[in-house]
Design a binder for this molecule. Structure first.
Ligand code: SDX
Length: 380
């Protein structure tokens, strides 16, 4: 038996997959053979279809897929009641995770893990995630939830259900790009959690609830909000260098939005989001967050090069300034990540359940041995 330890499962390959390929040395991200840089021209629905099937949809296939989706945006009264009952200040990721758990109780077949039932649940969650996140945001601000518009896309309905106003084509396009970029990324922490949870043949809702919990962490999907909180605390371009140097001087100091377990060069998604951030900064006339982000990249590049480290910006870095300029509150950034990543999580669940093997790694025991039990009356 191999007792080599791979902490954090770094470098461990646990199965095969046909969904996503990442070349960490070349900075390449591929969804079922298509380079991510080309997929940003597609809608989130097209990319979700690609992740869930074996190719991009034809126009007829896409029309049929979106017809199946459109009734799914309505939010149950029981979920609205839950959101109203949550204490003020509840983190939207706690609200989302709680609502998804509640949906399982009302699903017609929550526990069925046959492919057809899983795909029905996938369609439900794909439309419920944007509806839940937007409805919670309105309710916590004392507003009534907005009924969905079945003529709108996932990106469009998300923005509409958030604001109550039909979004511009430009805003919907930016949202589509953000959702496509965050849709899928192989065996990241939350997707691994989804697959390992599903491997006991528990239900899909339990696997997705677990994945939401994992994504929330600041080392994973929670990093985008952490980036914005850092930029807000820094306050100016001049403050960036001292901030970064102060973080790097701390033991285990980590600058949020930088570094990656797989990428050794710039995350291709970060480059795309940098361009989106630059465009939004020019359009809004407020380039403060974009300029501070560029300064942080400059200082990190210099400091990491001096250390001989390849630590580059990741997907969470520029998404922070993009979401800020789109007007989202900071604690909504990770829920938006979840609205996208439910597509990747479900794609991986279809794969896992179709050819399952229980995930049960081992630990090297280094505790005491040979102890003799002493009844409590005789213990000192
Ligand atoms: C996402 O995996 C995915 O695919 C995730 C994701 C997806 O789409 O699902 O891409 C999305 O989660 C992106 C990552 C978001 N997280 C952050 O931005 C948090 C900050 N990043 C770090 O905590 C870190 O880079 C990780 C957690 C992302 C990766 O950590 P690793 O692979 O365990 O690497 P490490 O922490 O052991 O660091 C290796 C070296 C260290 O040098 P030494 O201490 O050994 O000298 O690189 C340095 C670190 O100091 N380093 C950093 C750094 N990240 C790594 N130094 C400063 N700041 C950082 N952010």
């Amino acid at each position: 038996m191999d007792t080599t330890i791979a902490r954090g499962l770094a470098g461990v390959t646990f199965d095969t997959s046909e969904i996503c390929f990442i070349d960490g040395e070349q900075g390449q991200l591929i969804y079922r053979g298509y380079d991510i840089r080309e997929l940003t021209d597609a809608t989130f629905e097209e990319v979700c279809y690609l992740l869930w099937h074996d190719d991009l949809p034809t126009a007829d296939e896409l029309a049929a897929f979106t017809r199946q989706l459109s009734p799914g945006f309505a939010v149950r009264d029981e979920v609205i009641d839950l959101f109203r009952a949550l204490p003020a200040g509840t983190d939207p990721m706690h609200a989302l995770r709680s609502a998804v758990s509640l949906l399982a109780a009302f699903d017609e077949d929550p526990d069925g893990v046959d492919d057809a039932n899983l795909r029905r649940i996938g369609r439900t969650l794909l439309t419920q995630f944007p509806a839940l996140v937007s409805s919670f945001e309105r309710i916590r601000n004392g507003k009534e939830p907005v009924e969905p518009d079945s003529s709108l896309s996932i990106a469009g309905n998300f923005l509409y259900m958030l604001t109550g106003e039909r979004p511009s084509e430009a805003a919907t396009r930016v949202m589509d790009v953000a959702l496509v970029l965050h849709a899928e990324h192989g065996s990241n922490a939350s997707t691994f959690v989804a697959r390992s949870t599903a491997s006991s043949l528990t239900d899909a809702y339990s696997a997705i609830t677990a994945a939401i919990g994992s994504l929330k962490g600041p080392l994973h999907g929670g990093a985008n909000a952490a980036v914005m909180r850092a930029l807000e605390s820094i306050g100016s371009v001049e403050g960036v260098e001292p901030y970064v140097l102060d973080v790097l001087a701390k033991p285990q100091g980590r600058v949020m939005g930088f570094g990656h377990r797989v990428y050794r060069v710039l995350d291709p998604r970060a480059k795309i989001l940098e361009d989106v951030s630059k465009t939004l900064a020019a359009e809004s006339g407020d380039s403060r967050w974009f300029e501070m982000s560029l300064e942080m990249v400059r200082v990190m590049d210099r400091e990491m090069a001096a250390k001989g480290r390849q630590v580059k910006a990741n997907v969470d870095f520029f998404s922070a300034s993009v979401y800020r300029m789109l007007g989202f509150p900071t604690d909504m950034y990770t829920p938006i990540f979840a609205v996208a990543r439910i597509s990747g999580w479900m794609a991986h669940l279809y794969e896992q359940y179709a050819d399952n093997s229980l995930m049960r790694p081992r630990l090297n025991y280094e505790g005491p041995t040979g102890r003799t039990f002493v009844p409590i009356e005789e213990r000192g």
